[in-house]
Write a protein that binds this ligand. Structure first.
Ligand code: 2NE
Length: 270
C-alpha cells in the first residue's frame, strides 16, 4: 500500500521487499543523482509514510546505477537563495530531510556505489549505517562551489571521524576511497560492487531479527548525544510511548475519562 502511494513519484523509486525492507532509490543518474527540491519532497513524503507503516522495519537509501549514490544539490537549479523548485521558492530543504531521517524510529542504511559527494555525502552520514562498494568515493565540495553545511554535515561528521579529519574533509575538499572511509569509521563495511545489494540486505535481515523497540530507543539515545533538546525530546517520546502502554499510564487516562480520582497505588516504583 505504501509503495502504491508513492507511484506518482518522478525522482525517487520506492520498493518493498515483502519482509520489512523499504528501498528508496534516487533516480537522476544523468546528474550523478543530484537532488532537486522535488527529489527531497518525495524522499520526505516516503519517510513520513514509512514512519507510520508497521510493515517497514528497515530502510535502504541508495542511488540509481553504479556511478553515484548522490552528488548533492543540483547546481543547475541553485538560485541566489537556495535550490529553486517548481514554485519558484529558493530552499535548503535537505536540512528538513536530515531531521526526518534522524527522527525515524527505524534504521536507515545507505547503500553506496560510486560518488557520495557534497550534500550526497551528508545524506549517507545521516543514515544510521553505510555499506559501500569498492568503487565508492566520498567527499565534500562546499568551499569549492560556494556552499557549506554547518549542521549535521559538520558537527555530526566531527562526531563520527573527529575534529581534525572533519576539518580536513571540509577545508581541502579532497575525495577518499572506500577503504579510507572505512578506516575513518565513516563506513561500516566495504564489499565488491557485485555483492553490495546482497550484503546490505543481509545487514537489514540481521537487524530485523532484533527487538524493534530496543532499536528505536537505541537510535533515539544515540541521537540524543548529539541533538540537544530535540534529541532528548525524541528519546523522551520513546519513553512516553512505552508508558502509554503500561497499566499505570492507562489508569491516569481512564480516571480522567471516568471522572474519578486516579489510583496509582499499585504502581509504586521498585
Ligand atoms: C559527482 C562528481 C564527482 C562526478 O564526476 P564525474 O566525472 O563522474 O561526472 P561529471 O561529468 O562531473 O557529471 C556527470 C553529469 O552530472 C552532472 C554534471 O554536470 C554532468 O552533466 P553533463 O555535463 O553530462 O550534462 N552533475 C554531477 N553532479 C551534479 C550536481 N551536484 N548538480 C548538477 N549537475 C551535476 C562530479 O560531477 C561533481 O563533483 N559534482 C558536483 C558535486 C557538488 O559540488 N555538489 C554540490 C555540493 S553543495 C550541496 O550539495 C549542498 C550543501 O553544501 C548545503 C546544502 C544543500 C546542498
Amino acid at each position: 500500500a505504501l509503495v502504491d502511494r508513492c507511484r506518482g513519484f518522478e525522482d525517487v523509486r520506492v520498493e518493498f521487499s515483502g519482509d520489512g525492507i523499504m528501498k528508496l532509490t534516487i533516480c537522476r543518474p544523468w546528474k550523478r543523482n543530484a537532488f532537486r527540491p522535488k527529489t527531497l519532497r518525495e524522499l520526505e513524503q516516503a519517510f513520513l509514510f514509512i514512519r507510520d507503516d508497521p510493515n517497514t522495519r528497515v530502510v535502504i537509501m541508495t542511488g540509481e546505477g553504479t556511478e553515484a549514490f548522490c552528488s548533492g544539490g543540483d547546481q543547475s537549479i541553485r538560485g541566489d537563495g537556495g535550490y529553486v523548485g517548481e514554485d519558484g521558492v529558493p530552499r535548503l530543504e535537505v536540512l528538513d530531510l536530515h531531521i526526518l531521517m534522524r527522527r525515524l524510529p527505524k534504521p536507515v542504511i545507505a547503500m553506496v556505489a560510486g560518488y557520495a559527494i557534497g550534500g550526497g555525502h551528508i545524506l549517507h552520514m545521516v543514515c544510521d549505517l553505510t555499506i559501500a562498494a569498492e568503487n565508492a568515493r566520498f567527499g565534500q565540495t562546499g568551499p569549492k562551489v560556494g556552499s557549506f553545511d554547518g549542521g549535521y554535515g559538520s558537527s555530526y561528521m566531527s562526531r563520527i571521524i573527529g575534529q581534525k579529519r572533519a576539518r580536513e574533509f571540509w577545508f581541502l575538499c579532497r575525495q577518499y576511497n572506500a577503504e579510507e572511509a572505512f578506516q575513518m569509521g565513516l563506513v561500516n563495511k566495504v564489499v565488491r560492487l557485485e555483492e553490495l545489494e546482497a550484503e546490505t540486505v543481509r545487514w537489514c535481515r540481521e537487524i530485523m531479527e532484533k527487538s524493534p523497540t530496543a532499536i528505536a530507543c537505541l537510535k533515539a539515545a544515540l541521537n540524543a548525544d548529539c541533538d540537544g533538546q530535540a534529541g532528548l525530546s525524541q528519546l523522551a517520546g520513546e519513553a512516553t510511548r512505552l508508558f502509554y502502554q503500561s497499566k499505570e499510564g492507562q489508569e491516569g487516562r481512564d480516571a480522567f475519562l471516568e471522572r474519578r480520582k486516579p489510583d496509582f497505588a499499585p504502581y509504586a516504583r521498585f
